[in-house]
Design a protein around this ligand. Structure first.
Ligand SMILES: [Zn+2]
Length: 454
């Protein structure tokens, strides 16, 4: 199969923004010619497809990396073919299996870790054991639906040639595998190799994840996060599987939060900077944004949550609040959805996770801005209106109270935020108290209607 079909006038796949004919085409053609010459005149039409694919991968310009020269790749390709022919001629299944296993080891190279097959997406939902579907998966990927996978796999091999280090033996194995991928008759060897690798990694990753969770108690959660992140880097396919599975499961929990059916709240210090940001910056946008949805009038809260570092205070509190909700829930299905949401927030890093975190953050801020009085009974403290959040004496008493609870870091955070943003917030709260409260209520009611942060 011809893997790369680029017209002269198409954009160059090296992403330079120029047309192929004005960018890499000459280099690709030179590389193909050079590899063909080294290999010699004696190759089949299928052999030419492999040479063209390889020439393409090494002819594209790239930043950094160390792409082997076409002459060298040509010489390695000759050796790869000799070896493969020898194995095929003697019809030695064991030797073929040996080559497949050698390729499976190579699949652990950094740039090849993404060549995996998302087995779970082929699961029909029957009780069929997952290994029984192998033949079906190979059939599908060998058909038109598999084209995307095949091109991606070839691209990954190109990136691996560029960035990963190879011994000559490994390079020979990689070129044998590239041949399997390119040639229609042998592609299933490539696919079965990747399937086996994928399955063994999912099993290993599951076991390692269990070990991580078992070896730590509840108190060293941070170490668990760290180790899980390392695990995901080692097995990207495992993270992808969890992420795919969890995305669907979390919807009931998110809906319940948005509807206010599941009251989720965090202490003031966990959203203090965001609360000030909403109070202070609101009036800038109010004059220009009356036609927009309430939520869009708000300042971008990524700044305070991530860059400003309030994440450090917010994240433990929101996970604690969700943890408590899990314990209190009587409904098994709902509890499992909450658990998925927690896992999603704790272990995975993608844009949807960040959106959900922002949604929860905004929601907690708006609750602090719209429901009064807010009483902290142990501290004998009451915030009876928005302006009280900007009252130096009350904030100082709140910080003292946090210190008395051994929450020195949290107390320092409250004081720092008050020093840097308190005065500006007080000015705005004096002028626009009712508008800010109304806006916070409008945001909460918008959430109730749209009930999803995607
Ligand atoms: Zn180019």
């Amino acid at each position: 199969m011809k893997i790369f079909q680029i017209e002269r006038n198409s954009n160059c796949p090296c992403e330079s923004g120029r047309k192929f004919k004005k960018c890499c085409q000459t280099r690709v053609e030179d590389a193909v010619r050079c590899i063909s010459q080294v290999v010699g005149a004696d190759f089949t039409a299928e052999g030419l497809e492999v040479i063209e694919t390889l020439g393409f991968l090494c002819g594209l310009q790239a930043e950094g990396g160390h792409m082997p020269a076409p002459e060298f790749l040509g010489a390695m390709l000759s050796k790869a073919w000799e070896e493969e022919e020898r194995v095929r001629d003697i019809r030695d299944e064991g030797a073929l299996q040996g080559l497949s296993l050698a390729f499976q080891v190579l699949l652990e190279k950094a740039q090849l870790r993404h060549i995996r097959i998302p087995l779970w997406q082929f699961d029909s939902g029957d009780d069929a054991e997952i290994y029984e579907v192998d033949d079906e998966v190979v059939k599908i990927l060998n058909g038109p639906e598999g084209r995307f996978f095949i091109v991606e796999a070839a691209d990954s091999i190109g990136r691996s040639l560029l960035y990963d280090d190879y011994t000559e033996d490994e390079l020979k194995t990689l070129l044998i595998a590239l041949g399997w991928l390119v040639i229609d008759d042998t592609r299933s060897i490539f696919l079965y190799s990747v399937l086996h690798k994928t399955r063994s990694e999912l099993v290993a990753a599951g076991e390692e994840a269990d070990q991580i969770l078992e070896s730590h108690g509840d108190e060293d959660q941070y170490e668990v996060y760290e180790e899980m992140h390392l695990l995901f880097r080692k097995y990207p396919v495992y993270e992808q599987m969890l992420s795919d599975g969890i995305s669907k499961d979390i919807n009931p929990a998110i809906r319940a939060v948005a509807q206010g059916e599941l009251p989720i709240n965090v202490p003031l210090y966990a959203v203090f900077e965001g609360t000030y940001a909403v109070i202070s910056k609101l009036t800038d946008s109010m004059s220009t944004a009356f036609s927009q949805e309430a939520g869009e009038k708000l300042p971008p809260l990524e700044e305070t949550l991530f860059a400003g570092g309030e994440y450090h205070y917010f994240f433990p509190e929101i996970t604690r609040a969700l943890d408590e909700a899990v314990l209190e829930s009587q409904d098994n299905e709902f509890r499992s959805s909450l658990n998925s949401l927690l896992t999603f927030l704790v272990y995975l890093k993608d844009t949807r996770q960040i959106n959900i975190l922002k949604f929860l953050y905004l929601r907690c801020i708006c609750i602090h801005l719209s429901e009064f009085p807010r009483i902290i009974p142990d501290a004998d403290l009451e915030f009876s209106s928005l302006r009280d959040y900007c009252n130096q004496e009350l904030i100082e008493r709140y910080a003292d109270y946090l210190e008395s609870q051994d929450m020195n870091e949290e107390a320092a955070h409250v004081r720092d935020v008050f020093i840097s943003l308190g005065e500006q917030a007080r000015g705005q709260a004096d002028l626009h108290e009712q508008e800010i409260v109304n806006l916070a209520r409008a945001v909460l009611s918008d959430m109730q209607e749209s009930n999803s942060p995607q």
